[in-house]
Design a protein. Structure first.
Length: 126
């Protein structure tokens, strides 16, 4: 935000500003460092994001229940499962604690950018 226009923004009712250049740069970095992760949506003025993570067929997380994954020390508590898409079956599920992760699932997570890498590393490690 250009500080010279701060008063005009306030008069127009703007309460938060998202820097598009920062969002684009973060997206490029994410795609290079974490190719299995896509940022879907920004929440809370850029404070959190929704991510989609594709689970590889050989991942160690396959067969684990979400409640067990979230209890693991290496899985960040600041990361929440919000959905699972099964492309083969064309289903979108709203997982609960007893949901078992399958190879090929695309899981949706809400987190801040600092916690998505450890969460993704945990879910996709082979």
């Amino acid at each position: 935000m250009d500080p010279r226009y701060e008063q005009a923004y306030k008069l127009a009712g703007v309460t938060s500003v998202v820097r598009m250049a920062d969002l684009l740069l973060n997206q490029i970095i994410m795609e290079v460092e974490q190719p299995r992760v896509r940022k879907i949506m920004v929440l809370g003025g850029g404070k959190a994001q929704i991510y989609a993570v594709k689970i590889p067929d050989q991942a160690r997380s396959i067969g684990m229940a979400i409640r067990d994954i979230t209890r693991e020390k290496k899985f960040p508590k600041e990361c929440v499962f919000t959905g699972v898409y099964r492309e083969e079956e064309g289903e979108f599920l709203f997982p609960r604690g007893n949901y078992i992760i399958r190879g090929g699932d695309t899981v949706s997570l809400v987190s801040t950018s600092q916690y998505i890498k450890p969460a993704t590393d945990f879910l996709t490690r082979i």
